[in-house]
Write a protein that binds this ligand. Sequence first.
Ligand SMILES: [Zn+2]
Length: 268
Amino acid sequence: MICSVSDFAQPFALGGTPRRVIPLVLGYEPIAESMSLRGGDPSRFLLEPVTGAIVVYDDGWALVDGGFDLDAVRDPLLRAARYDYESYTAVVPPGDALAEGVAAAGLEWSDLAFCAISHVHLDHTGALRLVPGGTPVALQRREWQWLTSGIGRREVVVPSDILERDLDVRLLDGDTVLAPGFTALDTRGHTPGHQSFRIDLPGRSIVLACDAADLERNLIERIPCGWTAVPGDEEQAARSLERLADLTAERGVEVWPGHDPAFREWMR
Ligand SMILES: [Zn+2]
């Protein structure tokens, strides 16, 4: 293990409040409707976007999730070992959507204050290949414990994306203010320590549901996703979905579902 790990002690050093949230579509993946929607059709596949977001402050920025490790996806052996399953594979457009998104926003990697990783599935951890050495990474303690319990391909996780990188992992216990206007929300269930993020912008708030709500239908119809990493966590996933659906009903709050191919913010 190369990364370091410690308890989260204090909010990351970013001044002021978040100025904007930049949505990122970093790749695509075929997902059976029944995985994203309880009761959905197991033989109907959606081509779902793999998403992330940049949160911009006056004096720096933060990254939420980050798609696949493109270097590994483009290596035939690593691709076969990590990303190709009978009914799942990584789909990536040409280029590097994350690097290009950061550049297009006029940001420098040296101004990245921290990464917030919703959970350790391989379509969320690949960005860590691009971050400067020693970058803090906020992860729930429950997720870290799962990550270091011997999981791997069967769980759709590439542990080395985190463990074998020069990162400064900070462990959270439930809801936590990470920086001014940037709060981690405990939405466990999809994985043991899944988290979502609330960003309070001037005049409105955005909640990045990540995989606690794949589709807008999950939120509007209050139907949970149809799958959890650990059997038996369905009740927790349903509670987390209810939490996010309640936020959707709050004035001035938008909840962005993590993998909805038709959601406006991912279609730009
Ligand atoms: Zn996931």
